[in-house]
Ligand binder design. Structure first.
Ligand code: FAD
Length: 544
């Protein structure tokens, strides 16, 4: 029999894979609970996993916790959890699945700390890689002028902070909550109040080690394997698994001056926020939040902050009003207290907040950065942490923020909210536009985060159904009023929606997928590229 030349076979193979991706893309529909053959029905494929030679191990039995996340709404049971002890364990496993080709149907999800909201780190009848098993490997700090730390992708940011502080150093850009993994936040963006000066976390990475969807271990940076580097940053886990990251560091301050002030006028509030983010050396952290119909607000602040005008503060009434809180910090070391006090005074004098609402606190840098963990402990003790979290995170262009807020606060949320609503502007100039994160088309845009918690078994305005309906109204308004909004931590179920999300960048995203994960093995929970079109999607079971 005549044999076909290898090149010809390769060409057919590549064409076939491209076609395969296109087929997946064109067949994405979200259906729930439609019966389909089980992916675990092929015993040969599954037993082949049991004989892979690993430093770590698979667990095929105790897998339920990997079907859960912070959102507490989606539950996709995996077939197995890999607890890797080396990067090679991850590479060997992915290679094994890749080499089985399409007949295996297995998908693979990296799970960081599982703090996704909608099943993004889950793999229905697939393999979940428990990235935290790699913690502790290779956390190496390089001091000197351009200091950095090499960390495992499964490391928690809080651990990175503890370790780097021992050298008087710290990463520059954070998230509000530090019990998240390096790989998990770099796959999204990593945004907090420091982003106005340093950009998001994805703008503060020098180098990555990635295991691609073919199982190759690849080092990449802004100069080397550039496409993979920028693709993975904010790439929703689609192109590879981040096994190591080199994070930029700066000298860590000892203390933080933490300031809150209130506004009753939204225009004045945003004007001040935008002025602050446009200044080179104003505050080190600039955020804000909306307060709807809260009583005794300033009294609660007294647990952490001191009022600068105690008598006036005690007479201030927050009841029934919508207020806007500007939250800012200034880092300092104790020997600079005098000069920092002067700087802060001068900066505050340029702002138009309600004078009686100036509250200031001085806390260690670590305590400020880890502030949400204190709230977590309080909520856990009351059983309020593991409830459904139907969060909605939006990026709104600056020119649309007034119309957006008027409609959402005035009409959709009316007089209550079910959790904090963050609102603060970000400078696009601090974002590297080559990364995969999609942002609105203006130079300044706002992060607006509705961080709602639902009360289980409630049928009132704090129920999951009610909050989801409100979220839908907000999204519908954005669509109908052409707000030009982009979702942060995006979640969509159809190809049309993903295409609209990526806009002109969709084609490049698809090409990267076909280059680095041609069989669409990785990050199935994001539901962008589906490995088993009809059958897989039909098996996704949402408990929302
Ligand atoms: P997971 O939920 O485990 O994974 C998230 C996604 O990344 C999944 O698709 C997963 O497959 C993929 N992934 C995980 N690890 C890797 C890896 N090593 N390589 C490749 N892909 C990987 N975000 C902000 O930007 N700013 C905030 O201030 C902020 N605050 C938050 C506060 C709380 C309480 C919570 C619950 C979330 C917050 N987030 C914030 C969102 C958070 O950044 C994301 O949910 C993040 O994905 C969670 O990290 P994780 O380690 O739990 O990742």
């Amino acid at each position: 029999m005549r044999t076909l030349p290898i090149n010809f076979l390769r060409q057919i193979n590549i064409r076939y894979l491209r076609l395969f991706i296109v087929l997946f893309l064109s067949s994405i529909t979200a259906k729930i609970n439609v019966g389909s053959p089980s992916i675990v029905s092929d015993p040969d494929i599954l037993s082949s996993l049991k004989i892979i030679n690993l430093d770590g191990h698979f667990n095929f039995h105790d897998v339920h916790h990997a079907a859960k996340d912070f959102g507490n709404r989606y539950k996709f049971l995996p077939y197995a959890i890999l607890y890797p002890k080396s990067v090679s364990d991850i590479s060997t496993t992915i290679k094994h699945v890749f080499q089985m080709g399409l007949r295996s149907k297995l998908t693979i999800a990296a799970r960081g700390h599982g703090h996704s909201l909608q099943g993004q780190a889950q793999a229905h009848e697939g393999i979940v890689i428990n990235m935290e098993s790699l913690q502790g490997l290779d956390m190496e700090i390089h001091t000197g002028k351009a200091s950095y730390v090499d960390v495992s992708g499964g490391e928690l940011w809080i651990n990175v902070l503890h370790r780097t502080l021992k050298y008087g150093l710290a990463p520059k850009s954070w998230t509000d909550y530090l019990h998240l993994t390096v790989g998990g936040t770099l796959s999204n963006a990593g945004i907090s109040g420091q982003a106005s000066s340093h950009g998001p976390q994805v703008s503060n990475v020098h180098q990555l080690e990635i295991v691609t969807g073919k199982g190759d271990v690849v080092n990449c940076s802004a100069n080397h394997n550039v496409d993979l580097f920028y693709g993975v940053l904010g790439g929703l886990g689609q192109f590879g698994i981040i096994t190591q990251a080199r994070i930029s560091l700066e000298p860590a301050p000892k203390m933080v001056k933490w300031i809150r002030v209130l506004y009753s006028d939204f225009t004045t509030f945003t004007k001040d926020q935008e002025m602050l983010i446009s200044m080179e050396k104003a505050f080190d952290y600039i955020e804000g939040f909306i307060i709807i119909n809260r009583t005794g607000l300033l009294n609660n602040w007294r647990l952490t902050f001191s009022p600068q005008h105690p008598l006036q503060a005690s007479q201030f009434k927050s009841d029934g009003k919508t207020l806007y809180c500007l939250e800012i910090t200034k880092n300092f070391n104790p020997d600079e207290t005098k000069i920092i006090n002067q700087e802060v005074k001068s900066l505050l004098s340029q702002l138009a907040y309600i004078p009686s609402t100036l509250f200031i606190s001085e806390v260690p840098y670590l305590e400020f950065l880890d502030r949400v963990h204190a709230s977590e402990m309080r909520l856990r003790s009351k059983g309020l942490w593991e409830v459904p979290h139907p969060w909605l995170n939006l990026l709104i262009p600056r020119t649309k923020i007034h119309g957006f807020t008027k409609e959402v606060i005035g009409n959709i949320l009316s007089d209550n909210s079910n959790g904090p609503i963050l609102i603060y502007p970000l400078n696009k100039s601090k974002w590297d536009n080559k990364v995969s994160v999609v942002t609105p088309g203006e130079d300044v845009f706002y992060l607006v985060a509705f961080l709602s918690s639902a009360v289980p078994c409630s049928s009132g305005s704090d129920s999951l159904g009610h909050i989801l309906a409100q979220n839908k109204r907000i999204l519908d308004f954005c669509e109908n009023a052409s707000i030009g909004m982009k979702q942060y931590l995006p979640h969509y179920t159809t190809q049309e929606e993903w295409k609209a999300h990526f806009g002109p960048r969709w084609e490049a995203f698809v090409q990267r997928k076909s280059a680095y994960d041609p069989l669409a093995i990785l990050a199935p929970g994001q539901r962008i590229f589906h490995r088993q079109y009809a059958s897989h999607d039909a098996d996704l079971t949402s408990i929302s």
